[in-house]
Design a protein around this ligand. Structure first.
Ligand SMILES: [Zn+2]
Length: 421
């Protein structure tokens, strides 16, 4: 391998130099570019290298883990698409596995490339897009999953995560990690070497100092800041109960700690023992195993009989919202971040009225919340690496999603896929 001056060591330069540029051989080479570490990034083939090969061959094939049926993913190859002047292409460095990927992976639907917490470098950018986005080739970015219309009243209010155009619960949403490959140009997800950049993309410029897996984690971490601080209003001196120590619950712990909460209580099940230890390391003051202790009694014990100022249910268990209501002080607030499969039988509206509780559903993140998460991650003030538990290759996307869904490798909190490995 190598042997050609300037060759980074992945072999194709030698192949070309020998005149052995048979299209079929090169096709495989392009599809399976060999590892070439770029210091300080998770990329394994520089954008310059891929661009050079693209110019020689006139095309590049993109490998993407494509979900073709419930719980079935296969590697498919796609032509690197041409882009219009108002769009672009991302060379994907890493894609975090969203907690909702497991639900999407279980559901029927047309073939699609999942992956919605995507980090990478701008590979191609049209002149209109460059002006609109304020970006250029090789810029490193974190991409939000939303592709909002930019015109509706929700978008105008900055609530673009709720825009109907990008609403994942409606048919045919325009959204990264959701839109099917049949919708041109097909590369809508992060479990792919390249991703199409639609004109409505929402970017966050990313310094090299943040690792790819931590950057991808800033999407769920943004949810933590959105729910806990921006919507929940948690602040210095206040108490909070967070149910569920998964990636969303732990993101809320990080955000509550950053906001100065005086008492952070996290509850989980017996098999959450390791996650509850991570919660403590991230700033939780108390953890509760609800299979060993009565949640309401323990919370009241920890809050001088009052209950917490704010509860956030990220567990979505059979009766967790009822427990949250009972563990929250009079006049406090209860946020619902996950819904149970069936309405809880013990839920009583009278409890809300009697104790003047605010019940508020929360979902997704604002631009500000993700920016705050990125700034906090860059500060190094929290051991966020404890949440990054598993890394997978492109060919292991099935295992990655199963791990994040609690059905595969054990102990997963936040899982990352590196498409160039
Ligand atoms: Zn809109």
């Amino acid at each position: 391998m190598g042997g050609v001056p300037g060759c980074p060591g992945w072999g194709i330069c030698a192949t070309l130099a020998k005149g052995a540029s048979k299209a079929s051989a090169l096709r495989r080479k392009i599809g399976f570019i060999e590892p070439h570490d770029i210091p300080g990034t998770g990329l394994h083939a520089s954008t310059a290298t891929v661009r050079k090969i693209s110019s020689i061959l006139g095309y590049v094939l993109v490998r993407a883990a494509t979900t073709i049926a419930p719980l079935r993913t296969e590697i498919r190859e796609y032509a690197l698409p041409e882009i219009p002047p108002d769009a672009g292409l991302l060379q994907v460095e890493a894609a975090g596995v969203c907690g909702s990927d497991w639900r999407a992976y279980n559901s029927d639907g047309p073939p699609r490339i999942l992956g919605r917490e995507n980090v990478g470098r701008i590979f191609r950018i049209g002149p209109i897009a460059a002006e609109r986005w304020g970006l250029k080739e090789n810029d490193r970015v974190l991409l939000e999953e939303y592709l909002p219309c930019g015109r509706c009243h929700l978008c105008r209010r900055g609530e673009y995560r709720l825009c109907e155009q990008t609403e994942s619960r409606l048919p045919n949403p325009l959204r990264y990690g959701t839109t099917p490959v049949s919708e041109a140009p097909g590369l809508w997800g992060g479990y792919s070497q390249f991703q199409y950049l639609h004109p409505a993309s929402v970017f966050h410029p990313l310094p090299n100092s943040i690792s790819a897996e931590i950057a991808a984690m800033c999407i769920p971490l943004g949810n933590g800041f959105q729910w806990t601080a921006i919507e929940g209003g948690i602040g210095p001196g206040q108490s909070i109960l967070i149910q569920g120590p998964g990636q969303q619950g732990l993101a809320c712990v990080v955000a509550a700690k950053a906001a100065g909460a005086a008492s952070i209580i996290v509850s989980g099940l017996k098999n959450d023992e390791k996650r509850l230890r991570v919660a403590k390391a991230l700033g939780a003051d108390h953890t509760i195993d609800v299979e060993q202790e009565n949640l309401e009694e323990r919370v009241r014990e920890l809050t001088a009989g009052q209950g917490v100022d704010l509860s956030i249910d990220t567990a979505g268990g059979e009766n967790t919202i009822v427990q949250a209501i009972r563990a929250t002080r009079k006049g406090g607030a209860v946020l619902i971040a996950a819904a149970p499969e069936a309405n809880p039988v013990e839920f009583q509206f009278g409890d809300l009225l009697a104790r003047r509780l605010t019940l508020r559903p929360c979902r997704g993140h604002s631009f500000q919340a993700v920016e705050t998460a990125l700034q906090y991650a860059a500060s190094g003030r929290s051991p966020l690496y404890l949440m990054s538990t598993h890394k997978f290759k492109l060919a292991q996307v099935d295992q990655a999603i199963r791990a994040a869904g609690g059905r595969g490798a054990s102990g997963a909190i936040h899982v990352t896929v590196f498409p160039w490995t």
